[in-house]
Design a protein around this ligand. Structure first.
Ligand SMILES: *Cc1c(COP(=O)(O)O)cnc(C)c1O
Length: 376
């Protein structure tokens, strides 16, 4: 038996007839032939119901997450939206204060329009979460760990156990951790969500999302309906690119982790920097929790806060030469962004913060680039 990693490298390793293609062909068909007797010999009716273009990528992801099933979506947001649409109107959602900005805005928007009830907890505060879950019947606990943009860590096992006690399902946005570093389903989460745009694809050339479930539950059945009838489906070419990206997932994530740890440690001593936020540093408040539930690294995302405030932060971003100034994360090339101005009005992000998505370039190049950008 080969390892999960080998299976991923081979993209499941299925060889296609009649030409014995080493990589799977791209299934572009939107519809599938019906036999004279009315049956569907290919087992498919229409691509929105489930395109054969998804089979390999969904199966690789399902295995990586150790889940019962996985589904691809048109984006990370489409995946999250399918979960929220699967709830009943007025269901209560408990979400962390720190989380991916646009998803937080979406939750607030849904709450404002009476679609859901919404309450927040401090990411790392399990006692606070317990109180929030006890305050009112809750349908869904949302977790993001490590969480944007300060990389706070939530103890998934403890939080998911509390949610279960209170009859709530737990969804973990594991985009930053990736299945290489963390297995939320094994820690008790019901569903794991990814912006596959980020590490899973890893090359800044696909927008995609994914969900994997621990078991085939009524909630999951409802989510399936939301994909089929809500229509937030991924294109076949994007699914194919995603499968290709995932073949190097382990290598890319390990390289990014090693780079991020080195950068975090060296930048912590830099005189222009007030604070380095990275769960791999013992100084990070989430370090112990992260070490307990992540294996093989602490991810490729880190943030730095500048002693001289916002103007200095913007100046550093303006002066980088190797890092690219762009939002998003999880790709092979390193990105830097002044997060508060990307998020805009209502942002909770400190204005002196730069968010770094550390790529797989040699760490020396990245470090030299940041040092010249930080210099007076
Ligand atoms: C990017 C991102 C999302 C949203 O995903 P899209 O693919 O952009 O729709 C959600 N959560 C996290 C943590 C992300 O980084």
């Amino acid at each position: 038996m080969s390892s999960l990693e080998t299976l991923t490298v081979h993209g499941l390793g299925r060889v296609a007839d009649p030409y014995r293609d080493i990589v799977p062909p791209i299934h572009l068909a939107s519809t599938f032939e019906r036999a004279a007797d009315g049956s569907y010999p290919g087992g498919r009716v229409y691509a929105r119901d489930g395109s054969p273009a998804y089979i390999e990528a969904e199966e690789v992801l399902r295995r990586l997450e150790g889940g019962a099933q996985a589904l691809l979506f048109a984006s990370g947001h489409a995946a999250a939206t399918a979960v929220l649409q699967a709830l009943e109107p007025g269901d209560r959602v408990v979400a962390p204060h720190s989380m991916y900005w646009a998803l937080r805005k979406w939750l607030l928007d849904l709450a404002e329009h009476g679609r859901i009830q919404l309450a927040f907890y401090d990411n790392a505060d399990i006692d606070g979460l317990r109180a929030q879950l006890a305050a009112a019947p809750t349908r869904l606990l949302w977790i993001e760990t490590p969480a944007n943009p300060t990389w706070e860590v939530t103890d998934i096992r403890a939080a998911a156990a509390l949610a279960r006690e209170h009859g709530a399902a737990t969804v973990v946005d594991s985009t930053v951790a990736t299945p290489v570093l963390c297995q939320p389903l094994a820690l008790g989460a019901d569903i794991v969500m990814h912006s596959a745009t980020k590490y899973l694809n890893g090359h800044s050339d696909v927008v995609a999302g994914a969900l994997a479930t621990r078991e085939d539950s009524p909630l999951w059945q409802r989510i399936r309906v939301m994909r089929n009838l809500g229509g937030g489906i991924l294109g076949p070419f994007e699914a194919w690119l995603l499968l290709r990206g995932m073949r190097t997932l382990h290598l890319r994530v390990r390289a990014a982790c090693a780079n991020a740890l080195r950068l975090a440690a060296e930048l912590e001593a830099h005189p222009a920097i007030a604070q380095v936020l990275y769960p791999g540093l013992p100084s990070h408040p989430g370090h112990v929790a992260a070490a307990a539930q992540m294996r093989g690294g602490f991810g490729g995302m880190l943030s730095i806060r500048l002693k001289d405030g916002e103007a200095k932060a913007r100046d550093v971003a303006a002066r980088v030469r190797v890092f690219k100034r762009a939002t998003s994360l999880g790709s092979v090339e390193s990105l830097i962004e002044h997060r508060a101005s990307v998020e805009g009005e209502g942002s909770r992000c400190p204005p002196d913060l730069l968010r770094l998505s550390v790529g797989i370039e040699p760490a020396d190049d990245l470090l030299a680039d940041l040092r010249q950008a930080l210099a007076d």
